[in-house]
Design a binder for this molecule. Structure first.
Ligand code: HEC
Length: 147
């Protein structure tokens, strides 16, 4: 009888692939149960608070505040694009002129941008109508960033 030295290896490889796929699925599972309500807060801490401050207070003449910023309501529709692409050049926030550079955040999906904006627009005394993902997706289209 002809022996098949490759057979065991092939079988093992198939088991290994299956095992890896199963472990990946198990590892991803807790992600389905994370607290989405706090996602905005977590994203802010992760991506924004280093510059804009833990309370959205900004930093002197270098970084504009988000807490109590009149800019938010005035430029509501532009904010998803601002977060995606960043911002540079002169802008006025609460009557103060800033002329610095904010980096873009290409990694933030429409869902994340929605949670993040809903968080900053309703924290530290800020109040705004909650956004829907659809609204944010539409607004991202205006700068060709809908994805
Ligand atoms: C590296 C520092 C830095 C990071 C990180 C950063 N920003 Fe900014 N942000 C700035 C600066 C500087 C400006 C003003 C840019 C200018 O002068 O044109 C700005 C402007 C803004 C504005 C418009 C003006 C205002 O204050 O209302 C908003 C809103 C904003 N940032 C939100 C965010 C959010 C939300 C994040 C997290 C995703 C973030 N920024 C991350 C530095 C930063």
């Amino acid at each position: 009888m002809k022996s098949r030295p490759g057979a065991f290896r092939q079988w093992f490889r198939r088991r290994l692939t299956l095992g890896l796929l199963l472990s990946a699925a198990l590892l991803a599972l807790p992600g389905c149960f994370t607290d989405k309500q706090n996602q905005g807060q977590r994203l802010y801490a992760q991506h924004c608070s280093g510059c804009h401050g833990e309370q959205g207070q900004g930093l002197g003449r270098l970084i504009p505040p988000i807490a109590g910023a009149d800019y938010l309501a005035r430029h509501r529709a532009e904010l998803p694009c601002l977060l995606r692409l960043g911002q540079h050049g002169p802008i006025k926030v609460n009557g103060v002129l800033y002329n610095q550079v904010m980096p873009g955040h290409a990694e933030l999906s429409p869902a994340r941008l929605t949670n993040l904006l809903n968080y900053v627009e309703n924290s530290w005394g800020n109040q705004a109508t909650p956004r829907t993902i659809r609204e944010v997706e539409d607004q991202l289209r205006s700068c060709g960033e809908a994805r």
